[in-house]
Write a protein that binds this ligand. Structure first.
Ligand code: COA
Length: 716
């Protein structure tokens, strides 16, 4: 019957709702486990749904109750006469599966499971979670949770507060996805005090069925959502997250707090949600690559959100401070400059104008200090002139109110001016909460107000970073002409021989096949051969003991450098053999005689496999100091040409690479190309779990830039 047109189709009455609309925009809700007892979660959720003015039908379900909250109660969801879009499940875990079966029979498409006791409690819970996942897939139902705090949609036509949070959320334009329920409650109550409003909120719990990635895509298409806030403890599928975030962050800013910065924090996060938390460094790399702004704390997340959701996007990095007090303005200046922003140089005509309207004692250089007695009118006129100055991209207005001044009126006057300009204006006022309450009472839309000078400075820095992220070219993933078959053969042989760590000459062959040049070298087994090859390469040379089990060769004398003639080579060779016998090296393959490279900079290039993010690429200052100095930067594979260049530019040693005190700059473009070739190799052979090229000697001339040592570890 697939060709027949249904009545529904004929009437052009197809249900066009997105599958998540059944959860976030339901027409009817069943609350299963609706308790008669105040204080129980099942009762408080019903209370919140009613209290917030849900615009649909609500049906409590509880076999032991006639009514809950004065609404008729049903013994089972199957007894409800109306169709149901969303079932909220708040029954003990052992009853959850039966309830889901009934919801399926009822034809319900959306579930919100508050009940805890799944993978977050350990192995036994993980078994239930797996069953839950499979059941939902079989029934084709979509579900938020389990172990979550609920969802909110403030849209006037919906008005759904299906949480057990004590505070009613303010309506606004932030979509907020939180992996922690408790933090969600805290944030919702705090946000009211600072005037932060939400379009939607979801506490996603264990993300068994609906992930943060699904919700990002849902919010992407929600017109009311102008910015997205994320509180994450782990990434479900980082590759998918990267794809979505790269696209979405161009349309709407994504501001994120990723918990688990420290190893102890990561362990806590792992036992908290049962998630596998990964290297924090990888999270930073991932955020940078896909244009997500990372806040270091919830406070900072709020500070950013206030600015991003209420102000026009900044278009440059020149900031002006307008103040009535010198001290806080100096603090703000320090913060701005240390965050890499510039203090705007006001145009002469603007300075002239400010001189004409402000008292003689006022300071007219940026920061513009109007002194303590500045009036509403002076704030307004000065701000207007500054905003009109083409040399200014954004403004911080600071007010420390003396007794005779009304800060509410000043805040209002500033907001009135700011709304006419396409530049962000952020306020820093004393006693912010009182001012916000007064403005809320009068229903005045204000500019964002902060208590401390560093906060607006950080928010502006985040805006500038976002502007750069969305306007910059993100580059392309290049494909180079390489010898893939060579590598495949070496790896096949290694697998056959059950070798996990490849000998240096094999590692070298692999990397050379992908265009990473190595200093000329030969593996020799006798002194005569060694002398012969050294002469062929040309002195000076280096000799190295080659073994697949011994790393850090220089620590035990396995590397001797700068050998200038046959005599020195004979001594070095004999000394090295003595060492090899002394420490009884296993898997000794022979001695590598290699061209000694001079000059240039030592670079380390590496890849390690992160269990959450996959291959993680690294570049940094190399040689024997790499572990001490730790000047390295990371990106998640695959990298674009822009990513490669940014990896290099973000090194502290970058200015050294550009050449100091008359040194020639090294060939940075070549290093970027090597990184991309490296990324291509990693993409082609997922069995490679670790690579280290240390050092790669980078000179000003690519012909003389070569790797000296490399190590490759294979996975299973
Ligand atoms: N259908 C509908 N209602 C049912 C039912 C069923 N099959 N079986 C029981 N109920 C009713 C009960 O009669 C009870 O109503 P009552 O209080 O009027 O008697 C209500 O559902 C709740 O059941 P109860 O056994 O009292 O459970 P509870 O309220 O103590 O706990 C949970 C239930 C879900 C809250 C609890 O198991 C839980 O998971 N708590 C943790 C939740 C959490 O922290 N989530 C994460 C937040 S971030």
């Amino acid at each position: 019957m697939s060709n027949t047109v249904s009545k529904k189709d004929n009437k052009n009455n197809i249900d066009k709702r997105n599958e998540l609309d059944y959860i976030f925009r339901p027409h009817s809700i069943a609350v299963i486990g609706a308790s008669r007892q105040r204080g129980k979660i099942g009762r408080e959720i019903i209370h919140n749904i009613i209290q917030y003015g849900f615009n649909g039908k609500i049906f409590p379900v509880n076999p032991s109750a006639e009514e809950v909250n004065s609404i008729k109660c049903y013994p089972s969801v199957l007894d409800i006469p109306d169709p149901i879009d969303l079932a909220i499940i708040i029954v003990p875990r052992e009853k959850v599966f039966n309830v889901i079966d009934e919801c399926h029979k009822k034809g319900i498409k959306g579930l919100l499971i508050i009940t805890a006791g799944f993978k977050e409690i350990g192995e036994k819970g993980a078994v239930y979670e797996k069953q839950l996942k499979e059941k939902l897939e079989e029934y084709k139902m979509r579900m938020i949770g389990p172990n979550c705090m609920g969802i909110i949609n403030t849209e006037e036509t919906v008005r759904l507060n299906a949480t057990f949070a004590g505070e009613t959320p303010l309506a606004g334009n932030i979509g907020f996805i939180s992996q922690s329920g408790a933090l969600g409650v805290a944030i919702l109550s705090l946000s009211r005090a600072i005037n932060l409003g939400f379009s939607m909120f979801a506490s996603i719990g264990n993300k068994t069925n609906i992930s943060s990635n699904d919700l990002l895509e849902y919010l992407e298409n929600d017109d009311r959502t102008k910015a997205i806030l994320l509180y994450l403890e782990d990434f479900g599928n980082p590759v998918k997250f990267t794809q979505i975030a790269r696209r979405l962050s161009k349309k709407k800013p994504i501001l994120a707090v990723k918990a688990g910065r420290t190893l102890a924090g990561a362990r806590a996060a792992s036992s908290h949600t049962g998630s596998m938390t990964s290297l924090d460094i990888a999270a930073d790399a991932l955020f940078d690559q896909c244009g997500v702004l990372r806040a270091s704390s919830i406070d900072e997340l709020f500070d950013f959100a206030l600015a991003f959701t209420s102000q026009p996007m900044i278009k440059g990095d020149r900031i002006c401070i307008l103040t009535n007090a010198g001290g806080p303005a100096i603090m703000a200046t320090d913060a701005l400059v240390s965050l890499g922003l510039k203090m705007a140089t006001l145009s002469p005509h603007v300075v002239e104008y400010l001189r004409s309207i402000l008292p003689d004692e006022a300071s007219l250089r940026n920061p513009v200090d109007m002194i303590a007695g500045a009036t509403e009118n002076e704030f307004s006129l000065a701000l207007k002139a500054i905003l009109e100055d083409p040399n200014v991209d954004g403004v911080i207005v600071m007010d420390v109110p003396p007794i005779m001044q009304n800060p509410v009126a000043i805040a209002n006057a500033i907001a009135e001016v700011a709304k006419n300009y396409d530049k962000p204006v952020l306020g820093c006022f004393m006693g912010v909460e009182h001012i916000i309450k007064e403005l809320q009472k009068k229903q005045i839309t204000s500019i964002p107000l902060y208590s401390f000078p560093e906060s607006p400075a950080k928010a502006l820095a985040a805006m500038v970073k976002y502007h750069k992220l969305i306007t910059k070219d993100r580059g392309e993933i290049k494909t180079f002409d390489v010898k893939k078959d060579n590598v495949q053969k070496i790896l096949d042989d290694a697998f056959k021989a059950k070798i996990k760590i490849l000998a240096q000459n094999k590692a070298e062959e692999i990397l050379k096949s992908y265009g990473v040049p190595f200093a000329p070298s030969y593996l020799v087994k006798s002194l005569e051969d060694c002398i012969f090859k050294a002469r062929e390469i040309g002195y000076p040379v280096v000799i190295k003991a080659i073994s697949s089990t011994q790393t850090h060769k220089s620590d035990w004398g396995g590397v001797i450098v700068d050998i200038r003639n046959d005599g020195e080579l004979i001594d070095a060779y004999q000394n090295m053999y003595k060492k090899i016998n002394e420490i009884n090296i296993k898997d000794f393959d022979g001695i590598l005689v290699q061209k000694m490279l001079k000059g240039g900079k030592e670079i380390v290039i590496g890849m390690s496999y992160d269990r959450t993010f996959g291959p993680l690429l690294m570049v940094g200052l190399g040689g024997i100091y790499v572990e001490t100095i730790k000047d390295v930067s990371f990106r998640i594979h695959p990298i674009t040409n822009v990513d490669a260049m940014e990896m290099i530019q973000s090194l502290k040693a970058y200015p050294i690479l550009l050449g100091v005190r008359g040194e020639p700059p090294v060939d940075i473009d070549y290093l970027a190309e090597i990184l991309q070739r490296f990324s291509q190799l990693i993409g082609d052979f997922c069995c490679i779990k670790e690579i280290d090229i240390n050092p790669f000697i980078l000179t000003s001339d690519r012909k003389n830039s070569m790797a000296i040592d490399a190590r490759i570890v294979l996975g299973d």
